[in-house]
Design a protein around this ligand. Structure first.
Ligand code: NI
Length: 192
């Protein structure tokens, strides 16, 4: 998810990645790429070493800068997403979500939302005011994450990505038509 008005990202070469391997800033896949709508495979985090992939996702997200990134956005069709509302400012701010599922949602909020895969476009999207998401962490331990406000939106936005859905798919009526037209026009002009 795009970060709006956030501080500039930290250096890509910081040491928070796994030892012995540099973190890589990957190319972000943009709207229209079939990998954004392809099926994403569940991950057994207890079996598979995800540290390299997660480090790259965090580096890519911070560099963008963004507050969240899902694996299909770097062309990896696995059910993994990360969220960091601090955009790298808080070393403990990174939330890793493996196989996330929204198990509870209440209320409603409507705020502006953007996506790193849909550059230069932000629209108000209706989301739950509060969500409870069940997901494994990087080691495979399953826990529940509760979010309200911006975190609730980010949890929904990234979980949507893993179900092949972008925020523009959540728009309704005329707003939806106008937004899709804007996207097509930008693509035709080669703006992405
Ligand atoms: Ni997004």
């Amino acid at each position: 998810m795009e970060g709006r008005g956030q501080a500039s990202p930290g250096p890509a070469t910081d040491s928070s990645g796994p030892p012995g391997r540099a973190r890589l800033i990957r190319d972000i896949v943009r709207w229209g790429d079939p990998r954004l709508t392809a099926e994403n495979a569940p991950v057994d985090a207890g079996e598979e070493d995800l540290s390299g992939l997660i480090a790259d996702m965090v580096a890519t997200c911070h560099a963008a800068p963004g507050i969240g990134l899902a694996a299909p956005q770097i062309g990896v069709n696995k059910r993994i997403a990360i969220i960091d509302l601090s955009v790298g400012a808080d070393p403990k701010g990174v939330l890793v979500l493996v196989n996330p599922v929204v198990v509870e949602q209440t209320g409603e909020q409507k705020e502006e939302e953007g996506c790193l895969s849909v550059p230069d476009l932000a629209e108000k999207v209706v989301r739950p005011a509060r969500v409870l998401v069940r997901a494994a962490d990087a080691s495979g331990a399953v826990r529940e994450v509760e979010g309200t406000g911006l975190l609730a939106r980010a949890l929904c936005h990234e979980t949507d990505h893993l179900n092949g859905m972008l925020f523009v798919d959540r728009l309704r009526g005329l707003k939806r038509d106008l937004t899709w037209r804007k996207i097509r026009r930008a693509r035709e002009k080669g703006l992405w």
